[in-house]
Design a protein around this ligand. Structure first.
Ligand code: ADP
Ligand code: ZN
Ligand code: ZN
Length: 660
């Protein structure tokens, strides 16, 4: 009797066999109901074979094979196989996470057809700038696999290059997949794509969609009915029958890296997928990741550059660095910044004050006894949110009412220390009572609707001063915005995290790029205690290549990625001693000695050592050879699986980690 080999959504590195009387190899790629434990699961048929390695009488019979969708194609399985091997993730988990929830339900709800969205009036494409035209000419859509990095300053018209490529791909009968960091932060892009291609069938795929809409969009993408797929990281796994182009916008953005469950980089999976299909992939950014930049410098990726803003009236803003050690700050704001805001108010222009910390103050403290508002579940402070009088942990989400007096000594005079966006907003309102101030952060903008409303207010000139976190930094064009001030951005500069400068540079460059997008000239004031850090000189010159060269030199000397390759084993348990003991056992496994090109460091607590009552440790594995690391990881994982660990201990491996 035929045997189905089925992928199930389980963290186990194996397939599951079931008997199926009438099955044949044409069923490969279909979903199937199978008995599992005391219940049932939906799995995906990966193979149909004549006999199982398991004794025939132990095999259970599969349930119904679902035929509402055509089979998942072979290239989809190859992509999942790559991700499973590269990231040490269970194959079944990779396969099933790529399907929308509705297709994994045992009791699928009735689906009605979606409302047809109103077609916008088509918008004409602008004539390309010379730089855009050269970039476009360098990419040959019919020429097979290629990776290009499009490095374009903010406002240089990278999106226009993407749209032209998408147009070409569609003209050749192919689908285009456009990945963006966080879709609810970029409703403008979706609107632009729909307006340019009203007839194309544009679908979006992201986690904010309701289940039914997501399934509908996924089906349209999978059937080939949709020509343009606009999605966040997970959409990189969507099976697409006619895929001819992949574009990854803001390719440096950390949100392309999934940090839980299956830990993968959508950008890197994208490059593999393009290679596998023999199609071009374009990575775009004003501040590319140093990994991609090094690849472009080394000639492995083609480098395309846009140095000028596309709007001929717009120029890059003037960036000034303010040395806060020499200035008398009020609530963290320097006199030159206050004066600059005043000028904008007088001229009816907008200012943006960037502070990447939400809440009122990062901590509440008692000066009498030294009590501070620590989270009882995490190694972190509870953030004071005065707007709703709560103390909130930004790591585990737990919260309390703000105490009226110190919980330890009863002192009623407890103070907030440091500042977040709420405090800044209150203070600015006191300084500029006549100004309309709008705070934009995850507390004031919780849904896509709220975000769209905010954007309308800003565009309509209904706000004079914006106070915001990095939410405001991405891809927006506010024509009246001519001043950007950045506060407290440099705290991380001399921290142990060697990726901090890269992240800070990208953030500041991006937020600075909001100023002067139209004919009004922009100005950027950056307050720092470390004005001599080379990062700021490069920022003032809009010199990403200079900054990248300096950072890459440091990384090369220190042997950090991209000059070495890393994976990290993490363990969490109620007690740190258990986590560390487990990691120590993993470090001493005999496979470690057998792979001499891989170096294992000592187990250490993670930076956030305690999260939601679990104490977390990690162990770094590093090699100068990617293949050596990749050969080592599966052997290591198998050996780790055999370690006897306390029942409450959880562990995982992350390849190419961004955070420690
Ligand atoms: P980026 O994504 O590189 O930051 P955008 O693609 O958003 O830049 O373009 C910035 C602005 O320039 C937008 O308002 C866009 O409409 C405009 N723009 C883009 N290309 C052209 C062009 N060739 N001619 C005129 N304006 C353009
Ligand atoms: Zn006290
Ligand atoms: Zn917490």
């Amino acid at each position: 009797m035929p045997v189905l080999r089925v992928a199930l959504d389980l963290p186990l590195h194996r397939l599951f066999d079931y008997k199926a009387e009438l099955a044949s190899t044409t069923d490969i790629g279909l979903r199937v109901r199978v008995p599992f434990g005391r219940g049932e699961k939906i799995g995906v048929i990966v193979d149909v074979v004549d006999a199982s390695d398991w004794p025939q009488d132990q095999l259970k019979a599969a349930g119904e094979i679902l035929r509402d969708l055509p089979p998942l194609p072979a290239d989809f399985f190859r992509l999942c196989e790559f991700a499973s091997t590269y990231y040490q993730a269970a194959f079944g988990e990779v396969v099933l996470q790529a399907l929308p929830a509705g297709l994994k339900r045992l009791d699928p709800p009735e689906r009605r057809n979606g409302r047809a969205t109103r077609k916008p009036d088509p918008v004409e494409a602008p004539a390309l700038t010379g730089e855009q035209a050269s970039a476009l000419a360098a990419i040959d859509l019919a020429g097979g696999f290629s990776v290009h990095l499009l490095h374009g300053v903010t406002g240089s018209g990278k999106t226009e290059v993407y749209l032209r490529l998408v147009e070409q791909a569609m003209a050749a009968g192919r689908q285009a997949l456009l990945l963006v960091p966080e879709i609810n932060l970029t409703p403008q892009l979706e609107g632009r794509v729909r307006a340019r291609f009203p007839e194309a069938g544009v679908v979006s795929l992201h986690s904010e969609l309701a289940e039914a809409a997501r399934e509908r969009n996924w089906r349209a993408a999978f059937s080939g009915e949709a020509n343009i797929i606009l999605g966040t990281r997970l959409s990189i796994f969507t099976p697409l029958p006619r895929l001819g182009l992949i574009v990854i916008d803001e390719e440096h953005d950390p949100s392309f890296k999934q940090q839980d469950g299956m830990r993968y980089s959508a950008r890197d999976v994208g490059v593999f997928r393009a290679h596998q299909l023999g199609i071009p992939i374009l990575l775009g950014s004003a501040t590319p990741s140093l990994e991609s930049w090094a690849n472009a410098q080394g000639g492995r990726y083609g480098l395309l550059t846009l140095n000028q803003r596309a709007n001929p009236e717009a120029t890059l803003p003037a960036v000034h660095i303010l040395d806060t050690r020499k200035l008398a700050l009020q609530e963290g704001v320097s006199p030159p910044l206050i004066a600059a805001i005043k000028e904008r108010l007088a001229r009816g222009e907008q200012s943006l004050v960037f502070l990447n910390r939400r809440g009122y103050a990062p901590v509440l403290a008692c000066p009498a006894c030294g009590w501070i508002s620590r989270c009882t579940r995490c190694a972190a402070n509870m953030v004071l949110h005065l707007a709703d009088r709560r103390l909130r942990c930004h790591h585990c989400g737990c919260e309390h009412r703000v105490p009226k007096a110190c919980p330890t000594c009863g002192n009623q005079d407890i103070h907030p220390f440091g500042r977040g966006t709420q405090r800044l907003e209150v203070w600015l309102q006191g300084q500029f009572p006549e100004a309309r101030i709008l705070r934009v952060d995850r507390d004031s903008v919780k849904s896509r609707k709220q975000w769209e409303t905010m954007l309308e207010l800003i565009h309509g000139g209904e706000a004079d001063i914006l106070v915001g976190t990095q939410m405001l930094a991405k891809g927006h064009d506010f024509p009246k915005l001519t001043l950007v001030g950045a506060l407290g951005a440099d705290a991380a500069l001399y921290a142990a995290d060697w990726r901090a400068p890269e992240r800070l540079f990208a953030q500041l460059m991006q937020v600075a790029g909001r100023a002067g997008r139209a004919e009004l000239k922009g100005e950027v004031l950056i307050q720092t205690e470390y004005p001599d850090h080379p990062l700021f000189a490069a920022l003032a010159e809009h010199d990403f290549p200079g900054f990248a060269a300096q950072q890459l030199k440091e990384r090369e000397q220190a042997g950090f990625p991209p000059y070495s390759f890393q994976a990290v084993l993490r363990a969490e348990a109620p007690a740190m001693a258990d986590s560390i003991a487990f990691l120590a056992a993993a470090a001493e496994l005999s496979v470690v000695g057998e792979h001499e090109k891989v170096m294992i460091y000592d187990p250490v607590p993670m930076k956030l050592a305690r999260l939601a009552n679990l104490e977390r440790g990690q162990l770094l594995a590093e090699s100068y050879s990617r293949p050596a690391l990749q050969n080592f990881l599966p052997c290591w994982r198998e050996a780790i699986e055999a370690i006897k660990a306390p029942a409450k201990l959880r562990w995982h491996i992350e390849v190419d980690p961004l955070e420690f």
